[in-house]
Design a protein around this ligand. Structure first.
Ligand code: TXA
Ligand code: MG
Length: 346
């Protein structure tokens, strides 16, 4: 059994986190909340402690971890040529990870042998306090078994990692629900590696020019992935998930469905089709079209729900690739294993 520490995400006492910080200092593993998704962390300067993360998650050793910091002092301890410091001060703490040249003191287990390190300062009071009282940066990937959707609630982390992580800090739901945006700022102009809550539009306002390669759509497999983690299957439910390319065909599809199916749609689309559905259809409401951050927040729990329901497969609607919509489409294209549909049956 893991030690489970339940705290309020905002009104907690630092003492509540002392046992978790002790575990980090001694080379153990702690699952903790961030504003994006939960992370599974260990002391970033302790290679053996970080190896435990790979073992627990069944993560491929060539997939590096993100180093989480609580101060700029820690940034200078992990990164060598820190560029754009003024800009980082504007965006941190926040859901943006940057790739920088690494310091030799960062163990190879963390960076999977690369000469760069991915760093971010998370905007979650519990994460910041945990890093601060541990007295060391914390390396952490998302707190899921590799290939599964990232956990966005303490409850899901407990289901997934109880008995595997030494400590689980349960602070309820995370704020954004999809993983941080990753930008490689060793390159000029900086290159977007993974879309996330910090949008391309916001990135452009900070960094002026940003390269957005076609890979970030999640549409293709590439021989040489942008970031090592991108070549692995991600976010997927066990059951099949089909991505509907054109939402205007939803009413027609819903009328025809003759199998037990989960249909993942926004409130607006649900209102349009609910009266057309047979008993075979279970709706999972993702949020509202008027604010796609609501969809991002619910997405991964919704994907996990498909496996829990008595349905054969899931169908999910598509979203406009603007703002956070780019990250949502990236995740659902991958979650569907790129099974795209335009009609039913298919
Ligand atoms: O929101 C998040 O980013 C969460 C929370 C816990 O902070 N973390 C997260 O970590 O999503 P993970 O391991 O699931 O995704 C990290 C991604 C992987 O695709 C990995 O390949 C990439 O970051 N990455 C890590 N270090 C890198 C580097 N030096 N260069 C390029 N990509 C890197
Ligand atoms: Mg992950």
């Amino acid at each position: 059994m893991s030690l489970i520490i339940k705290v309020d995400p905002i009104n907690f006492k630092p003492e509540d986190l002392f046992p978790a910080a002790e575990v980090i200092k001694k080379g153990g593993t702690v699952a903790f909340p961030t504003e994006t998704v939960y992370g599974l962390g260990a002391d970033a300067f302790n290679g053996n402690a970080c190896l435990k993360i790979f073992k627990i998650k069944k993560r491929q050793p060539d997939n590096p971890l993100i180093v989480h910091i609580s101060s700029f002092e820690q940034l200078y301890n992990v990164a060598s040529e820190v560029k754009n410091e003024d800009k980082l001060k504007k965006v941190w703490p926040g859901p943006l990870t940057v790739v920088l040249k690494k310091k030799p003191s960062v163990p190879k287990e963390v960076t999977a042998g690369l000469d760069t390190v991915a760093v971010r300062m998370p905007a979650h009071p519990v994460a910041l306090k945990l890093i601060e009282i541990s007295g060391t940066p914390i390396a952490a990937p998302s707190a899921n078994i590799s290939g599964k959707p990232s956990p966005t609630s303490g409850k899901t982390v407990i289901e997934e990692l109880n008995g595997l992580a030494d400590v689980i800090i349960d602070a309820g739901e995370t704020f954004f629900g999809v993983e941080s945006t990753i930008v490689d700022i060793t390159r000029d102009p900086p290159v977007l590696l993974r879309p996330g809550p910090f949008t391309v539009e916001e990135l452009r306002s900070i960094f002026t020019s940003i390269k957005v390669p076609p890979e970030v759509s999640g549409l293709y497999d590439f021989e040489k992935p942008l970031a090592p983690g991108m070549k692995y299957k991600h976010y997927a439910p066990e059951k099949d998930l089909y991505l509907l390319l054109d939402n205007s065909s939803l009413p027609e599809i819903i009328k025809k469905i003759d199998k037990r199916v989960a249909v993942l749609v926004t409130e607006e689309n649900y209102e349009k089709i609910k009266d057309l559905a047979s008993k075979n259809v279970t709706f999972i409401i993702l949020g509202t079209e008027s604010n796609l951050y609501t969809v991002a927040k619910n997405l991964f729990e919704a994907l996990r729900k498909i496996d829990k329901l008595d349905v054969e497969f899931g169908i999910i609607q598509s979203f406009k690739e603007e703002g956070i919509g780019l990250a949502i489409m990236n995740r659902i294209r991958k979650a569907s294993g790129r099974k795209f549909i335009t009609s039913y049956p298919f």
